[in-house]
Design a protein around this ligand. Structure first.
Ligand code: APR
Length: 314
């Protein structure tokens, strides 16, 4: 059986990390694409030279030519600029919308049957634009947001209780901005509601940290944003697609009526298998969470409007 092909559009911090993960997890051949000549080629060569040590046989190619992504099964997009201290994800919208407009054309032309995962921020707007420009059906264009946000929630709860992260389940829904919605009513420690272990006040603090977790890392790094955890999150999505695992993962999916949302990308639990986004799973939200969900949706709508105005003016 031929190996699968994974195209990584953007060979920066997240792109390079994803290439490494694809190789060590033996997910398939990798093409790293970037506009900076030398960067994807250099990273590809470096990774390839780890193959005998890690014992993988994948082809890893770096390129500045879209033709090289031809026939990709999965395209994962990180092209764009990342946040600097003091910036919100939304501050990236003008620059990254222009970049994503070009990237989506390249994917449409050269990998017309691929499953596309968008990571570039502001995520909810960038994934909307990618679907629009490629014209791909909604099951084949999805955004990475909630796996990472949920992983952050699980990490902080596990740290607080000094238990294994494997014992904590949690989900964060909504937009991938400061008003994302950690769903406390679904957060459990080995099947038991988290509120039995941690006070409401302390959970408020933990959830505030979850919302600002990306910003906390940007403030520390100073020259860029988180990359190990976003890379892991997107590769989990790619793996579920490539291996038809049918994992239920919180992702930014295009909603048409589910959760009362129509015509917007919003993070909700979805099932990812060989058919792409095969199902949207609707979970109960507590009244307080539903309110936060609506606030987050209003913010995403504003963000898409801002993007449209900027694109129309450029
Ligand atoms: N086509 C392809 N790649 C591009 C383009 C383009 N038109 N424009 C810029 N790039 C490349 C840059 O050259 C850079 O190598 O995108 C890469 C981005 O890498 P980093 O700056 O290291 O950013 P990274 O940490 O990988 O984050 C990328 O993901 O999580 C989001 O907010 C983050 O929007 C940011 C994106």
């Amino acid at each position: 059986m031929a190996r699968k092909k994974i195209a990584l559009i953007g060979a920066g911090n997240i792109g390079g990390t994803m290439a490494h993960l694809c190789a060590v997890k033996a997910l398939g051949d990798v093409v790293l694409y970037d506009v900076i000549d030398g960067l994807p080629q250099g990273k590809a060569l470096d990774l390839l030279q780890s193959a005998p040590i890690e014992n993988f046989d994948a082809e890893i190619v770096g390129t500045t030519k879209y033709e090289d992504i031809a026939g990709a099964d999965v395209c994962i997009v990180t092209a764009g600029i990342a946040r600097k201290p003091g910036m919100s994800r939304d501050d990236l919208v003008g620059t990254n919308a222009k970049i994503l407009s070009q990237v989506a054309v390249g994917i449409k032309k050269h990998a017309p049957n691929s499953f596309v995962i968008v990571i570039t921020n502001p995520l909810d707007a960038m994934v909307t634009l990618t679907k629009r420009v490629t014209g791909f059906p909604k099951n084949r264009v999805v955004g990475q947001s909630g796996i990472l946000d949920s992983s952050r929630y699980r990490t902080f709860v596990a740290q607080e209780l000094k238990v294994s992260v494997a014992s904590v389940s949690a989900v964060v829904l909504g937009g991938h901005g400061d008003d994302m919605v950690p769903v406390r009513s679904s957060c459990q420690v080995s099947g038991v509601p988290v509120e039995r272990f941690i006070s409401g006040q302390r959970l408020d603090e933990i959830e505030a940290r979850v919302r600002n977790a990306g910003g906390e890392i940007v403030a520390l790094l100073k020259t860029g944003s988180a990359f190990y955890s976003p890379a892991s999150a997107a590769i989990r999505m790619a793996q579920s697609y490539l291996q038809d695992r049918k994992e239920i993962l919180p992702c930014a999916a295009y909603l048409e009526g589910e959760y009362g949302v129509n015509g917007y990308y919003f993070c909700v639990p979805v099932m990812i298998g060989s058919g792409g986004v095969e199902k949207v799973i609707e979970i109960e939200l507590a009244p307080r969470e539903r309110k936060l969900f609506e606030q987050s949706l209003a913010r995403v709508k504003e963000l898409v409007q801002t993007m449209d105005k900027l694109l129309a003016a450029s």
